[in-house]
Ligand binder design. Structure first.
Ligand code: ADP
Ligand code: MG
Length: 157
């Protein structure tokens, strides 16, 4: 299930729809190269959760927490864990908790991921700087239903 966004605003809008439908304990993995739009998409998710504080990239802090929305949001960027070191972060507490976890560069913590999650792949369009292809790859019934709900809401916008 994939779609295109024409600019960053549309990617934020899609994220906002997802954020408005997320439930406690949900885990979303954002795949894509540097600059693909993973953090931009997360800004929309935060907005959909009612978070007003600006979302900044957690590249250096690894995890940023936002407590003022409908549910806690944990935004992770595991890029710096390319060579390991995730065992000291206590990640299972986040994944087993009642917050919402968004992970950029989840391939570096593959062994710590839960059984089910929603993977969203973002890719740049080589012919158009502002266009992205966004692919939803849900695992399990819950994330399949969530994907259907998000995509139908986005198309009817
Ligand atoms: P990542 O977290 O994947 O490294 P960022 O979200 O930090 O990427 O950066 C994406 C950049 O691309 C931002 O500057 C954003 O404004 C720009 N951009 C242009 N078009 C889009 C689009 N359609 N969707 C998302 N971001 C876009
Ligand atoms: Mg980022």
């Amino acid at each position: 299930m994939d779609l295109q966004t024409k600019n960053a605003t549309a990617t934020v809008q899609l994220g906002e729809i997802l954020g408005s439908k997320l439930k406690p304990g949900d885990v979303v993995l954002l795949d894509g190269d540097l600059g693909a739009g993973k953090t931009t998409f997360t800004k929309g998710i935060a907005r959909g959760l009612g978070i007003k504080r600006p979302v900044k990239s957690p590249t250096f802090t690894l995890i940023r927490e936002y407590q003022e929305g409908r549910y806690p949001l944990y935004h992770m960027d595991m890029y710096r864990l390319e060579n390991g070191g995730s065992d000291e972060l206590g990640l299972e507490e986040y994944f087993d908790g009642q917050g919402i976890v968004i992970v950029e560069w989840s391939q570096f913590i593959q062994s710590e991921l839960p059984a089910e999650f929603l993977t969203i792949k973002l890719t740049k369009d080589p012919a158009d700087d502002a266009q992205r292809t966004i692919i939803f790859e849900p695992t399990g019934t819950h994330y399949q239903q969530l994907t259907t709900a998000v995509l139908s809401a986005f198309h009817h916008d």
